[in-house]
Design a binder for this molecule. Structure first.
Ligand code: CP3
Length: 340
């Protein structure tokens, strides 16, 4: 029974025999079979076609042995649902139509969300069928602030300077944009839960780019609204990369677990959040570039640091594309052979 699954039992706060394991970006770029599908189908075809979404989402369960699957999709589907064009450009990453002027932000429509996400229900149903109750399915979305970064910048960036300039110069317009993203996100998360997702993760990947003051103005309030609207339905993991200063506030949103980046020590998070909070993380993804034997040692040491239980093994951010399948397996095997 899926209710009895290790990952969901851990999220519910139960003491388990070992920590469950999955990792961010597990369905994708480092898997040779995924790269073959990538040659044949465009990114959003892979997201929207039920057979492809099923094949890709299930791949790391079959090939690596993770304890949870994460739906194959992208955080940028929210930008698409608001009417902005998104392209995944080989070698460059996502390129988006931007919304910066008042007219551009006004034009973004939340009304079309339901219609845009028509593909999601059949895709998720197909994924659930493919998983056949072996492991639970995690649905996900980006945080409103992280989405704003892409919608204003128009592409990835080391510092998201345009996005930060935007919230400083045009705070009211930024808040209108964040409101619209928040509404669309709540609708999309509900669609994912309706279709059968067992848990959700919110990625605030660029949260740590903000000062604590700016975080409490431009990221936290929108996360709080998303959490209030969805946390009664399924357990939610909040991953705010680098926003160690906001851990207490993030815990108070009612998250079932908090994701940690590798620069946040487990002992620090335990001190802030207490021994009962479920924490997820946080091996430096570059450690998976090492040989399997070294990965296993480092992973076991990382698990030790979280103490006995209330821990989901994961990386501190997404798996790197150069990672070998054997090293990814060594990471998962280290968690699966661990005993409290
Ligand atoms: O396995 C999984 O994690 C499920 C699928 C998934 C993708 N993107 C697929 C994808 C998930 C959970 C995401 C989340 C995502 N997307 C985040 C948050 C997590 C994080 O890493 O911080 C962010 C910031 C994005 C935005 C995004 N999408 C970028 C920056 C890129 C290009 C560079 C990269 O990371 O690969 C994408 C494209 C993308 N999304 C790819 C995949 C597998 C690569 C393109 C491709 O394979 O065609």
């Amino acid at each position: 029974m899926i209710e009895q699954h290790l990952f969901l039992r851990t999220l519910a706060g139960e003491q388990t025999e070992r920590p469950p394991v999955w990792f961010m970006r597990q369905a994708g770029r480092y898997l040779p079979d995924y790269m073959k599908l990538k040659e044949k189908y465009s990114f959003f075809e892979r997201v929207q076609n039920p057979d492809l979404a099923r094949e890709i989402t299930v791949m790391p369960v079959d090939q690596i042995g993770v304890d949870a699957a994460i739906l194959f999709s992208d955080i940028l589907v929210i930008a698409q649902s608001l009417g902005l064009k998104v392209d995944m450009v080989q070698g460059r990453g996502p390129v988006l139509e931007t919304a910066r002027t008042q007219a551009e932000v006004d034009r973004l429509s939340v009304e079309a969300t339901q219609d845009f996400f028509k593909y999601a229900n059949p895709a998720i149903k197909a994924v659930k069928e493919g998983l056949d109750n072996r492991v639970p399915l995690i649905g996900f979305a980006g945080s409103p602030w992280t989405l704003l970064c892409y919608i204003v910048q128009g592409q990835g960036s080391k510092d998201f300077g345009e996005a930060k300039k935007f919230i400083i110069n045009e705070p009211l317009r930024a808040k209108l944009l964040l409101e619209k993203i928040t509404e669309a996100t709540i609708e999309y998360l509900n669609i994912q839960v309706d279709a059968g997702c067992d848990a959700l993760q919110i990625f605030d990947s660029w949260g740590g780019m903000l000062s604590p003051e700016m975080y409490s103005e431009f990221s936290l309030p929108y996360l709080q609204r998303i959490m209030a609207a969805t946390r009664e339905r399924v357990p939610i993991i909040l991953f705010a990369k680098g926003a160690w200063y906001a851990l207490k506030e993030l815990q108070e949103t009612g998250a079932a677990a908090l994701g940690l980046s590798w620069t946040t020590p487990a002992s620090f998070a335990r001190k802030i959040c207490g021994p009962e909070t479920v924490l997820q993380g946080n091996l430096d993804p570059s450690i998976l570039l090492a040989k399997p034997a070294a990965v296993k040692i480092a992973t076991t040491k990382m698990i030790d640091q979280f103490g006995r239980g209330k821990h989901i093994v994961n990386l501190g951010h997404g798996v790197l594309p150069q990672t070998s399948v054997d090293s990814a397996r060594a990471f998962v095997d280290a968690a699966k052979s661990y005993r409290y």
